[in-house]
Design a binder for this molecule. Structure first.
Ligand code: MLT
Ligand code: MN
Ligand code: ZN
Length: 295
């Protein structure tokens, strides 16, 4: 299985247009590598590709990735696109894929309802782009030779659909993880997860590679840095550090592990930081755009 990280950053990217935090300033000044928003490409055979989450940066991400260039006058190696939730960083890129080339669009029924409920997505032609509704825990073919299974992880509804009160640990069709298998190896992709329940630990036992939510280093990172008013928990994202954080909770999973969907405030972006050294000491790598994972 061949995985390419198209965008390692969380919503907003690194740098984010309106952010003057140390990471964003350094990324603007060329002292830190910039990163696009949350997306992967995956292939079982190097010929057919699937895009996992369509970020607002998808046009540039595809330009930077020769495997995703057209093979003829019109057409694409992209057989399908799958979205794991309805957040803007994962769906806005669908609008850039509207130019009459067929592919399958996979999502849960609830996420398809979010897309169908917003008429702007009708621009992604229903004639050409086949909406495929996926039931949780039912394997299907993402493309030939690549089996995928969606499963519920704790999360919440998209920010733009939040009501007065928000369940930030909702388990259902709004936020899902993805199991990928090409018959030789198994990868999991979970870019958003509010906490790690015990049943997720048992599920991940067969993982060869785990790509997991690395949004924040700690829960009040955005408040402390003055860049936001929400905790990670409120945003539906687990922290990397701490006793209930991802490093501690996932310590027993024997897979290779990679953090993705990393917020621009996160100190793990910085190669020389103590936080980066900490995650690497615990067997994790920090994704970067263009990173290729062969598993
Ligand atoms: C998230 O991951 O929490 C969302 O992408 C936030 C957003 O929509 O900006
Ligand atoms: Mn996001
Ligand atoms: Zn920033």
């Amino acid at each position: 299985m061949h995985i390419i990280v198209l965008g390692a950053a969380a919503g907003g990217g690194l740098p984010q247009w309106n952010c003057g935090c140390a990471n964003c300033n350094d990324a603007r000044a060329g002292r830190l590598r910039p990163s696009g928003q949350s997306s992967l490409a995956v292939s079982a055979d190097g010929e057919h590709w699937s895009i996992l989450n369509a970020s607002p940066d998808i046009r540039q991400q595809m330009l930077d990735t020769p495997a995703l260039h057209p093979r003829g006058l019109r057409g694409s190696s992209v057989a399908s696109v799958l979205v794991t939730n309805g957040d803007i960083d994962h769906i806005a890129g669908l609008l850039s894929l509207r130019e009459q080339t067929p592919f399958s669009l996979f999502a849960t029924g609830e996420i398809h309802a979010v897309l169908d409920g917003n008429r702007i997505f009708d621009a992604v032609s229903h004639d050409k782009v086949t909406r495929q509704t996926v039931s949780l825990d039912m394997p299907f073919a993402l493309h030939k030779g690549l089996e995928a299974t969606l499963f519920a992880v704790p999360g919440k509804v998209p920010l733009f659909l939040e009501g007065e009160s928000v369940d930030t640990g909702l388990i259902g069709e709004q936020t899902v993880g993805l199991r990928l298998s090409d018959g030789r190896s198994v990868a999991y992709y979970i870019p958003g997860c509010a906490y790690v329940p015990d049943d997720l630990l048992s599920r991940l036992a067969d993982a060869d590679h785990l790509l997991f939510d690395g949004t924040l280093w700690d829960d009040d990172e955005m408040i402390r840095s003055g860049t936001g008013v929400k905790t990670g928990r409120r945003m539906g994202h687990i922290s990397i550090s701490g006793p209930e954080g991802s490093i501690a909770r996932l310590a027993t999973i024997p897979a290779r592990k990679t953090f993705v969907h990393i917020n621009n405030t996160n100190p793990v972006w910085r190669p020389g930081s103590g936080e980066r050294a900490h995650v690497e000491r615990h067997g994790w790598q920090v994704a970067q755009d263009g990173m290729e994972i062969m598993t």
